[in-house]
Design a protein around this ligand. Structure first.
Ligand SMILES: Cc1cc2nc3c(=O)[nH]c(=O)nc-3n(C[C@H](O)[C@H](O)[C@H](O)COP(=O)(O)OP(=O)(O)OC[C@H]3O[C@@H](n4cnc5c(N)ncnc54)[C@H](O)[C@@H]3O)c2cc1C
Length: 479
């Protein structure tokens, strides 16, 4: 019997698991995919919003500002890539300038530190590549960029080494209230638990419906993006936003923590929450809208397009119990990533209010991933090379990722099982050629280190096989 079962291992489930792992509790995380961070947490804008956008008085406003304040220290502690570069909401018309003033007022009410309205000249001085027709902007110095899946992974790795069981490939299909505890059935086995945290993203309404009367619905809303080569990474210095509209914050332009440029997203409801395809129409919209902010971007330098799916549920996050000892962390749309550490604290409070004893453990172990070989100092590189020659064999030539880096990722507490899983952990395949050269090598290393046949290894999600079987026998004949 577990004390707490968390359903879903995106950044919200992983943050809750990390926070709860500090207490004397038995905890399990149930995740339907073959890895953590496979939902919205994998595919988003990767911005830590300052918190001027949410309506004052909402949970979203309070948790965004608190989460943004906590994030820098958390990323430092867990070795997650994060950079507080600040953001600008650009105005090109008097109407947009009015909106900038409204956001400034709202930000003041939400207690966002350091907000300032800049004149045209001030904007052009700090961001020389923006459209010269800009007339002013809202500057938020606390906005930041982050590695979102890196944060989720670090939280999950830390939860795991502090005793949390993470069951992957475990989709929750039924929950029965046994009067005093819950019986949770998954595609890989069943678990009993006293408390449940529902952090199932776009499926959180379906999971809540398993135990309670339906009281909220999630709409899946897709956002499409461009990732541009590092040649475009320093075209802008800040996160550049348009003024927001009824469909959200609009298309943004931002450097990424890995040195690329991200441009997007669109906002399009989709009937299928798993639909992460991109479209000509969507990408054309991204180009058109971003050009209004900055026309200097060369979209010929695109190295990848992707789409993420938002879990839209209403005007605010749903953080409340819908049945005894059943806590929802649902409708966590943007700024959910920014709010994640604060949402985790809120989940702990809700569990406590529902009668769970939170008694701190005497000690909590910190897991920090080893720096990549390319980021080590020369003396450190020399030392690791002496101990392990595999750090001298470069596998991903675009990003200079060595065999040693890949093996280190495979040995982590929550190891990758797919080629994309390796990429999320150590950047192999994330460069200009997008794995065109290194994917077969990564495939071989995964197969060898995991002791699994190459045919059984997937590109990403379960079922995305790459090889179907051998064409030749070891003796040379065809099969
Ligand atoms: C296009 C886009 C842009 C965004 N940009 C930003 C941004 O810049 N800044 C920001 O702060 N926020 C942003 N967000 C929001 C942010 O990404 C989300 O708020 C956050 O990732 C939500 O995390 P989550 O854990 O709730 O959901 P998810 O990451 O979707 O995780 C839910 C998990 O539950 C699992 N699951 C679902 N059903 C079941 C089941 N039955 N059994 C077991 N497991 C299940 C899923 O597989 C998934 O792994 C953006 C979102 C999108 C889509």
């Amino acid at each position: 019997m577990y004390d707490v079962v968390i359903i879903g291992c995106g950044v919200i489930g992983a943050s809750a698991a990390y926070e709860l792992s500090k207490y004397k509790l038995s905890i399990a995380v149930l995740e339907k995919e073959n890895d953590v961070a496979c939902g919205a947490t994998r595919a988003n804008s990767a911005i830590i919003h300052a918190g001027f956008d949410p309506k004052p008085g909402t949970k979203m406003a309070r948790l965004n500002v608190l989460g943004s304040r906590m994030m820098g220290e958390l990323c430092e502690k867990l070795s997650v890539e994060y950079s507080q570069i600040g953001s600008l909401v650009l105005a090109f018309t008097e109407k947009e300038m009015e909106c900038v003033r409204e956001l400034y007022e709202r930000g003041g009410k939400n207690q966002v530190p350091g907000l300032r309205i800049l004149t045209r000249d001030e904007v052009l001085q700090i961001e020389p590549n923006v459209n010269v027709e800009v007339i002013g902007a809202l500057h938020a110095p606390t906005a930041a960029i982050i590695n979102p899946w890196g944060l989720c992974l670090a939280l999950a790795q830390n939860a795991k080494i502090n005793g949390v069981d993470i069951h992957l490939n475990s989709e929750v299909v039924r929950i029965s209230n046994k009067g005093g505890h819950y019986h949770v059935e998954t595609t890989s086995g069943a678990y009993d638990t006293r408390y449940i945290v529902n952090a199932a993203g776009v499926y959180s309404d379906k999971v809540s419906d398993m135990v309670a009367e339906p009281f909220f619905r999630i709409t899946a809303v897709k956002g499409e993006y461009y990732i541009l080569d590092k040649s475009q990474g320093d075209i802008v210095n800040y996160v550049l936003f348009q003024t927001p509209s009824s469909v959200g914050k609009g298309v943004l332009i931002a450097p990424t923590v890995h040195g690329n440029l991200i441009v997007g997203p669109t906002s399009e409801p989709t009937a299928d929450p798993e639909d992460t395809s991109v479209s000509y129409r969507g990408l054309e919209e991204v180009v058109k809208k971003s050009m209004r902010l900055c026309a200097r971007i060369s979209f010929k330098e695109s190295i990848r397009n992707f789409a993420g799916v938002r879990a839209m549920g209403g005007d605010d996050f749903i953080l409340e119990a819908s049945a005894p000892n059943f806590i929802n962390a649902a409708a966590i749309k943007s700024p959910g990533l920014s709010s994640a550490p604060a949402i985790a604290l809120e989940i702990c409070d809700l569990l406590k209010e529902n009668g769970l004893d939170l008694i701190e453990k005497d000690s909590h172990t910190l897991y920090k991933k080893k720096p990549l070989f390319k980021n080590m100092r020369p003396d450190e590189q020399k030392k690791v090379l002496e101990l392990d020659r595999r750090y001298g064999r470069v596998i991903c030539r675009c990003e200079t990722i060595t065999e040693g880096d890949i093996i280190e990722a495979i040995k982590a507490p929550v190891p990758p099982v797919s080629i994309d899983g390796v990429k999320r952990r150590c950047e192999a395949g994330s460069g200009r050629c997008q794995g065109g050269f290194c994917a077969p090598r990564v495939h071989e290393i995964l197969s060898r280190e995991m002791g699994r046949a190459m045919e059984s290894i997937c590109q990403g999600k379960a079922g995305s096989y790459i090889l179907t079987g051998k064409t030749k026998t070891p003796g040379g004949g065809a099969v």
